[in-house]
Design a binder for this molecule. Structure first.
Ligand SMILES: *Cc1c(COP(=O)(O)O)cnc(C)c1O
Length: 355
């Protein structure tokens, strides 16, 4: 057995897509499946496609290359703004990319012509979250320039919220995006096929039927892999939050005090730790450290246990409440998004797939 391991239940991923499609289909909103949290791993992407996802999206070209090989017929979207150094790979690997910069768009156009491709672009608009996006006042000028570029097709407008600034999607800010799109359509006599209304943070609005009607695409990662919306991290009814389970082994289990003995200086990460005296507890040392997963990303499945802390290679857990656990016992964790990202990208965590 190879521990630590992350056990990935592919059936649960497919079922989560099913739940999402039931939410989105009545509003004619297409769910684009975002694969970045699991590095575009093809088995998991296949489970998404089995649930009816038609387009996959990732922030990294390396992951898109992997997906392109595994699913040559599935259209791919690049989520992170392409860099000037990445325009060739972008047009080769992705059918669509999200953009906000005129120099990059010009370079994408030239790359598209070089490779005899037509590349679709979604222009990202800044609606307050302060990550990517052009200010609404500058949009019309950028559109007029993009429409003159050969090799590119203006697919539509998009927004990203609740990422950097935590700005919540509302009927107002998404409505403003729709108004901008309709303004552009009128001004240039064109129609924009796609208005991309954000990520898993837009799901609770969609569930309550308050996403403006013309929004017809959401780019969903966490909603599929962890089965929740991401404004309040509420579970989506019928979806699984435990499609991924992390398992690791106990190396030592001794009764020890809760406060270290001796005078206290810096810990392994240069911080001065603080302790509350809870007397002696049975402390399980688990072979799982910050090189495997960030401690903040772990959720113990056994409610009798509690995390004391972690260093690079060890997690210390209060196992007093579970007397049956001893050296060699396996402890299981659910993961939040941060934990999932860490576990899926750490080379030390073995990946095991089940159905
Ligand atoms: C990561 C990402 C998403 C998906 O976010 P989730 O919260 O996982 O649904 C959507 N759009 C962009 C631009 C992203 O970078």
């Amino acid at each position: 057995m190879s521990l630590p391991e992350i056990v990935i239940n592919l059936t649960k991923i497919t079922k989560n897509v099913d739940v999402l499609k039931r939410i989105a289909d009545p509003y004619q909103v297409e769910v684009v499946g975002v694969t970045k949290v699991f590095s575009g791993e093809s088995k998991i992407a296949a489970a998404m496609l089995a649930g009816g996802i038609r387009m996959l999206a990732d922030s990294r070209l390396e992951n898109l290359a992997h997906l392109k090989k595994a699913f040559p017929d599935t259209p791919l979207m690049l989520l992170r703004l392409p860099g000037l150094s990445q325009v060739d790979e972008t047009v080769i690997l992705a059918e669509v990319s999200l953009n906000s910069n005129w120099e990059v768009l010009q370079a994408l156009s030239q790359a598209a012509l070089r490779y005899h491709k037509t590349h679709r672009v979604i222009l990202m608009v800044e609606m307050g979250d302060l990550r990517e996006g052009i200010w609404p006042e500058e949009l019309s000028q950028l559109v007029s320039q993009v429409l003159r570029l050969k090799g590119l097709i203006l697919e539509g407008l998009g927004v990203n919220l609740a990422c950097y600034g935590g700005v919540i999607p509302t009927p107002e800010n998404l409505g403003q995006l729709v108004e901008l799109a309709e303004g552009v359509e009128k001004e240039f006599g064109i129609s924009l096929p796609v208005i991309s209304g954000g990520n898993s943070a837009s799901l609770s609005l969609l569930q309550s039927g308050k996403v403006p009607a013309r929004i017809n695409q959401l780019r969903i990662g966490e909603g599929i892999v962890l089965g929740c919306e991401t404004v309040n991290r509420q579970p989506l009814p019928g979806a699984f939050s435990d499609a991924f389970i992390l398992r690791a082994e106990i190396l030592e289990s001794y009764d020890k005090p809760t406060v270290p003995l001796g005078s206290i200086g810096q810990d392994a990460f240069g911080e001065i730790p603080k302790f509350t005296d809870e007397g002696w507890r049975k402390r399980g040392i688990i072979a799982l450290g910050r090189q495997d997963v960030p401690t903040e990303g772990l959720i113990l499945r056994d409610e009798r246990l509690r995390i004391f802390g972690a260093s690079s290679d060890h997690l210390i857990v209060d196992v007093t409440g579970a007397p049956e656990l001893s050296v060699g016992s396996v402890v299981e964790f659910n993961l939040n998004y941060r934990g999932l990202l860490g576990a899926m990208t750490s080379p030390f965590v073995h990946k095991r797939y089940i159905n």
